[in-house]
Ligand binder design. Structure first.
Ligand code: SF4
Length: 486
């Protein structure tokens, strides 16, 4: 098998924020944990497509395989057969901290006084500069440029100072600031952890049959695929430690306040994943209904931008009575392409991924619903493609508010100067996209549709109100990295 190095290209991302990572863990002695982890990661592939990895523990022995590429490219039967043991952790990655290189693939593995520790991380620390200095000061050997390795090294450092697994990990987590949902494997057991704000999701499941076999996953779709039953979320500031004694819970951070990333609900997480007792599909339908109530417009049909805009488009259609139609066909039969398109192809627009149906669109007034606009480049091409296909009017409706601030918690939303809504009014964006009308969902409407306490979400990319303060150094570094193209 020759791993294929991923090269980000315009048709891969469709100008969308990129999710950072998916994490998975399983404690099931006697089961083929490597294969179960493989399928868990397979379900979480949407959370990161650059690299994948699985580490298993058979007693004190660790088996590890990780590489660049999709889960299906990185693993095959014979590789999985060599990943022996009763505990496995896995990871799918999209790089936010640390560039896209094999050495940065996860799980990160380091050695400690009590044995090897493997860490899979979803999120982004905002105090990496400080943590890095601390680690270097203590002669830690930093091999990668990821914050995930720093967390693993911080754990090892605490353990080496004489603490046990539990206290060592808690001590290390207190040194981390930002977003971190972690799955940690040791020879003794499996650990699941969320930062005090629970910015990234992490759920616990249980395998049917013998008791004591637990699963941890970024989303419930990672449980469903292996037949595990959803038990509950790991709470913000909670640590669950799964060993042969069962599952023990510790609230490691006395100060915790739930601030789940609202973008997980709007776009990142799979629509069949369940958060707060309902599928995200249902939440996204409500976003569409709310959007219709706030910004109706006369039209002949409602389209959704495949796939993530479709639930909101159906909600919009239900609320207005304007029929929902499929006017854009997505090429679903190929995986991610790693070949850069030619300049001429770029100019043709987005047709590698989406193709409009001329006979459906010709002469029609169209409402096109999408979940977000980041730079606006793809939206513009999409509008042009609809007009080229004969649409008489194109009205764009967005099921989230304008993205005006970058994310520092593990989502790649670009730097502020590249976010179209950070520098342009809705009228100016409308003009740039060449739509007949443009409307975003209100911030209040987005939160209202959650049916939850509106304080329990991070919505900083719409407001700039960051739940964990962002050091100036970090803001600057994001800008620098973007400018040098990392
Ligand atoms: S800043 Fe935006 S994308 Fe980042 S965690 Fe908050 S809501 Fe999510």
């Amino acid at each position: 098998m020759i791993p294929i190095p991923p090269i980000p290209s315009y048709e891969n991302s469709l100008d969308k924020p990129e999710e950072a990572c998916g994490v998975f863990g399983i404690y099931a002695p006697g089961e083929d944990v490597a294969k179960l982890a493989y399928f868990g990661l397979y379900a979480l592939q949407h959370r990161g497509q650059e690299s994948a990895g699985i580490a298993t523990f058979a007693g004190t022995q660790l088996h590890l395989h990780k590489d660049m590429g999709l889960v299906s490219q990185v693993f095959n039967e014979s590789i999985l057969d060599e990943l022996l043991g009763g505990i496995a952790i896995g990871h799918t990655r999209y790089s936010t901290t640390g560039s896209s290189r094999k050495v940065n693939a996860q799980p990160a593995v380091v050695e400690s006084r009590l044995g090897l520790v493997a860490v899979s991380h979803n999120g982004n620390l905002v105090n990496t500069w400080q943590l890095r200095q601390e680690l270097l000061h203590n002669n830690c050997n930093l091999v990668t440029t990821t914050d995930s390795e720093m967390i693993a090294l911080a754990i090892a450092q605490e353990i080496n100072a004489g603490l046990d697994w539990l206290d060592g990990c808690v001590q290390a987590f207190h040194r981390c600031q930002g977003a971190f949902s972690l799955v940690i494997g040791t020879s003794n057991g499996l650990m699941g952890v969320r930062d005090p704000h629970g910015i990234r999701p992490l759920v616990i499941g249980i395998l049917p049959g013998n008791p004591g076999r637990y699963v941890l996953a970024s989303e419930t779709c990672g449980l469903d695929i292996i037949g595990a039953e959803y038990l509950r979320d790991v709470e913000p500031g909670e640590l669950v430690w799964i060993t042969e004694a069962g599952l023990a819970s510790y609230h490691w951070s006395p100060q915790h306040q739930r601030k789940l990333c609202i973008f997980e609900m709007i776009y990142f997480a799979r629509p069949d994943s369940v958060m707060h007792n309902e599928s995200l599909y249902s939440y996204r339908l409500r976003l569409g209904r709310q959007l219709a109530a706030e910004s109706p417009v006369a039209a002949d049909m409602v389209l959704g931008v495949p796939d993530s805009g479709i639930p909101a488009a159906i909600g919009f259609s239900e609320a207005t009575g304007i029929r929902y139609a499929e006017g854009l066909i997505k090429n679903r039969y190929v995986g991610r392409t790693f070949i850069q398109p030619t300049q001429a192809m770029r100019e043709l627009g987005i047709r590698v991924k989406l193709n409009p149906l001329k006979d459906v669109l010709s002469g029609k007034r169209v409402i096109i619903v999408d979940d977000s606009i980041v730079r606006g480049t793809t939206s513009r091409k999409l509008v042009k493609a609809l007009r080229d296909a004969g649409a008489a009017e194109v009205h764009m409706r967005i099921s989230s508010p304008p993205v005006t601030h970058p994310c520092f918690y593990g989502i790649d939303t670009d730097t502020q100067d590249q976010l179209i809504a950070a520098t342009k009014s809705v009228a100016e964006i409308s003009q740039q996209l060449e739509v007949d009308s443009l409307a975003y969902l209100s911030w209040e409407g987005m939160l209202e549709a959650t049916r939850e306490d509106t304080n329990s979400f991070c919505s900083a990319c719409f407001t700039g109100d960051y739940p964990v303060a962002i050091p100036d150094q970090v803001k600057r570094s994001k800008l620098i990295l973007e400018k040098v193209g990392v």
